[in-house]
Design a protein around this ligand. Sequence first.
Ligand code: AMP
Ligand code: ZN
Length: 436
Amino acid sequence: MDIRYWNEEIETADRAGIEKVQLQKLRVQVEYALKTPFYSEKLNKAGISSADDIHSLADLRKIPFTVKNDLRESYPYGMLAVPKEEVVRMHASSGTTGTPTVIYLSDSDLKACTDLTTRSVVCTGGTKEDVFQNMMTYGLFTGGIVLHYGAENLGMMVIPASSGNTLRQFKMMKDFGTTIVHATPSYLLHIHGKMGESGVSKDELKFKKAFIGAEPHSEDIRLKIESLYGIDAYNSYGLSEMNGPGVAFECIHKDGMHVWEDAYIMEIVDPDTLEPLPDGEEGELVLTILHRNAMPILRYRTRDLTRIIPGTCKCGRLHRRIARIKGRSDDMLIINGVNVFPSQIEEVIMKVPEVGTNYLIVVEKAGELDKITVKTEISKAMLTDDTRDLYKLKEKIREKLRASMTISPQVELHEPGMLPVSQGKAVRVVDERKID
Ligand code: AMP
Ligand code: ZN
């Protein structure tokens, strides 16, 4: 049976209704935040010592921004607002194995988070009759488990397939009658090329929808996925700091992603001046989560660049929509859905004594997947005709990179002075992928 809304009252609330809920919840979040060492200091400095200092939503601007590094510096428990026994779940951002950015959820946080992912699934027309094959990676990453819970909560049969094992993905899709999948767009395109090998043909599948997210992609990529599989693909946006999936999702009209504004306050700011921008202008998305008692995060600079789509959506929801993510205001790379900071790579390679001073990171497409190559100069002392030594060094660097990140780049060694040197600011990354 088709249902249009999961929580009709809140999904169809008018702006005044949404803002009323936002203010109430913001005040609660501020109370929780004040229980943490991190925010009590920060908020007190800003003149906020209790929720009574927040009179209106405009007072949000009194609160200082929070950035990714704040989470790293408060690792592991500096931002926890409840006793540890009340935490029922933790997650971490994809990628790094250095100091990760970790989030904690209490039982009520988890219920609220699950409710949002169920709502997201319903807004794409998903129902309990659907069979949901979740091809996002399970583990610390929110992409897998968080949407899993939402789909299960709706009553769908969930196949926790995780990513990888391509041929089996098609077999499961056929055998279990999968109707919806969740994956990164690059993975969906990649596995399409293997369908023939799997012995399963498109006609044997009941596949009709895909939720795609975790990495930037263009409208053309969506259209390609839709036409290759003969399905509808819906953009899904989230980040671990804000619970992962279920922050913003496209509805059946596929015209921008509704940000669930009863659960998040969104601001779009100029990434340089940090001043607010009017609806329609592109800037950095700043989010305040409104249902995180265990670990409140106020005014989080996502670094993702987008704009609010003016006007209302045909679906009747007044929760405003954001356009697909255009890029980032920092240098974070997303390699097949995994976050990678060039500085992490630098840190690893510069600890290898045989490595020289210059390096370059090149990101490109290899088929449908992303490929990352780390080109590094070797030190003069390493100049040798013995290719075995060079081979060993290459493997050593590769192994160190693999151990400190969840990706495995190609490594290329160059003679000293052979990599380009830029005149001004060093160019360390060449990203040849095109987003639009
Ligand atoms: P993580 O914290 O590992 O889940 O990574 C979150 C980041 O992935 C976001 O801040 C975005 O940069 C990126 N991301 C997630 N969903 C999307 C999407 N639908 N489109 C573009 N980028 C996305
Ligand atoms: Zn809509």
